[in-house]
Design a protein around this ligand. Structure first.
Ligand code: AMP
Length: 307
């Protein structure tokens, strides 16, 4: 099964209590693609500028990611700067230089039209909807968004949510989207907007999935997966997108999408998020092995297993 990821490829400047890194390869689609590449075939649609070289593209290619959907435009690649000095769970943005990303019009290459799964990373919801509508064969669509779109393009976002099967956002975003401060009630309100399932990410505390009644099997009990307690979180950037990559990558690697698969996928999401934060940028995600991933999955199981 193949997953198509559409979203940002960026150069990031990051400051955390462990140090700082400048001009490191980042972007939501990059983190997602690298994390998902350990489970299934991944394709990427994004735009980069002239400062994005073969060396950068090879980071993705070395993981087998199909990069033919990366458009090379005149100008500079999207740049983002952020810091986590006060709170490791929340980035404080220092700057956002959209550059070539400002006029991003995702173009899906003909060879990608048969993609089975689609991940719509955090971009303008109207673009997300256009991409989804252009891919009639997709079996499952995952999506992300952020406060900015919830505030400034709410009605467009509502349209997009009807096209997304599993929405993955953090607690603050879920509460804002639902205009509701109680999380389970917020989750039900978001599910009423369209998605069959809603993954709410709690940063270092893990993630909870809420299901619409009857979706992916019986019942609608939520399920929570922990995050691995990591002694030194060097750089939280990309944890959410790596989580999404592990989550959707695992689902795509299975023959059926049912509730048990989705629950295990939530753990694999946590595994990939936990690797992402161990080094600055995407470094840790570039050279993992499936054995390391499965060993950590086992630790996650033990963390929560009760006889
Ligand atoms: P995460 O920490 O999972 O939310 O993802 C962080 C990545 O998202 C960074 O590598 C940034 O380059 C990228 N990013 C930051 N702001 C934006 C934005 N407004 N749109 C798209 N991507 C962004």
């Amino acid at each position: 099964m193949s997953i198509l990821a559409v979203g940002s490829v960026a150069f990031d400047n990051i400051k955390t209590p462990s140090g700082h890194a400048d001009n490191v390869l980042g972007g939501a689609a990059t983190y997602f693609a690298l994390a998902a590449s350990y489970f299934t075939d991944v394709r990427i649609v994004a735009v980069v500028g002239e400062d994005f070289t073969d060396k950068h593209e090879n980071v993705l290619k070395k993981r087998g990611v199909d990069t033919r959907g990366i458009e090379h435009a005149k100008g500079k690649t999207f740049r983002w700067g952020g810091q986590y000095l006060d709170n490791l769970n929340e980035a404080k943005t220092d700057f956002t230089d959209l550059n070539v990303f400002e006029n991003f019009q995702p173009r899906i290459p003909a060879q990608y039209k048969d993609s089975d799964f689609l991940f719509l990373a955090n971009i303008n919801p109207s673009l997300q909807a256009t991409v989804r509508r252009g891919l009639s064969g997709v079996k499952l669509t995952g999506g992300d968004t952020m406060n900015y779109w919830i505030r400034s393009t709410n009605s467009e976002l509502r349209e997009t949510l009807r096209l997304v099967n599993i929405l993955m956002i953090n607690d603050g975003e879920a509460k804002m989207l639902a205009a509701e401060s109680n999380l389970p009630r917020a989750a039900q309100k978001v599910l009423a907007m369209g998605p069959q399932a809603l993954v709410i990410k709690h940063g270092e505390y893990g993630a909870t999935i809420f299901f619409r009644e009857g979706a992916f099997g019986l019942g609608r009990h939520p399920f929570r997966a922990p995050a691995l307690p990591i002694e030194e979180v060097k750089d939280p950037t990309g944890a959410g997108d790596s989580f999404a990559g592990g989550f959707m990558g695992y689902i795509a690697s299975q023959t059926e999408v049912n509730r048990e698969v989705i629950k295990r996928a939530l753990f694999y999401g946590g595994v990939m998020g936990s690797f992402a934060v161990e080094q600055f940028g995407t470094e840790r995600l570039q050279s993992l092995t499936r054995e390391e991933i499965d060993a950590r999955f086992q630790i996650f199981r033990e963390l929560t297993h009760l006889e």
